[in-house]
Design a protein around this ligand. Structure first.
Ligand code: TZP
Ligand code: MG
Length: 219
């Protein structure tokens, strides 16, 4: 297996749904199914916060979500937990600045997709040097879905990074909705990633569909 090509990565990042059991209003397997029906292009399993599943329960839950993704051809990325990603033979891993070093994770996962969160130019350049396939940049807008989130930087951070020559596939995160996704794309993002806009929606299907329409019409 070879590393994912940049252009394929950019396409996959368009509407990147992130979710764990604590984010969902409805049954999580149903939420993911609806999100896929609505057109999401990539999925990340992120099991965090109070009441998050651990151990065998986390593994089983991840496996169920992965099965849904597999059936529908949506790559399945695991947040933070490299060992879980390897145990499940997931499609990739996403790590933050406080997680294991990106170079070490790249060595552990071989050609699987590696995403790294970056908040500034230095972190973005380091992620690229370490072998990231994409970077996640945010929070763009204020978010309630991450307890230790840094200050929102607005779409300007994306424009700034692009202006500095950062051309790696880039997905924006934090407080993104169908209303503001257009300005995020216009700033130079390849895609948007969301938790609450889909996971907390009364209709995850319609929420995903609206995001998909906004992002794809912005090309
Ligand atoms: N990293 C930066 S903001 C954020 C993460 C995981 C949470 C995004 O969630 P929401 O609900 O889409 O604002
Ligand atoms: Mg992390």
């Amino acid at each position: 297996m070879a590393r994912i090509a940049s252009e394929a990565m950019r396409e996959r990042l368009k509407v990147y749904f992130i979710m764990g059991s604590t984010n969902c209003k409805k049954q999580p397997l149903e939420v993911l199914t609806e999100a896929i029906d609505g057109g999401i292009t990539l999925f990340q399993f992120r099991e965090k916060g109070s009441g998050a599943l651990v151990g065998e329960q986390k593994y089983e839950f991840a496996r169920q979500l992965q099965n849904i993704c597999k059936k529908r051809g949506i790559p399945f990325i695991v947040n933070d937990d490299v060992e879980l990603a390897l145990a499940l033979d997931a499609d990739g891993v996403h790590i933050g600045q406080d997680d294991e070093d990106a170079r070490i994770v790249r060595e552990k996962i071989g050609d699987k997709i590696l995403g790294v969160s970056a908040h500034n130019l230095k972190e973005a350049q380091a992620a690229i040097a370490a072998g990231a396939d994409y970077i996640g940049v945010g929070p763009i807008y204020p978010t309630k879905s991450k307890e230790d989130a840094k200050k929102a930087q607005g779409p300007e951070i994306i424009r700034f990074l692009r202006g500095q020559g950062v051309d790696i596939p880039l997905v924006a995160i934090g407080g993104i909705t169908a209303e503001n996704a257009g300005e995020v794309m216009n700033a130079g993002a390849d895609g948007v990633s969301v938790i609450s806009a889909i996971a907390s929606a009364a209709s995850p299907f319609l929420a995903a569909k609206q995001l998909v329409q906004t992002v794809f019409n912005n090309d």
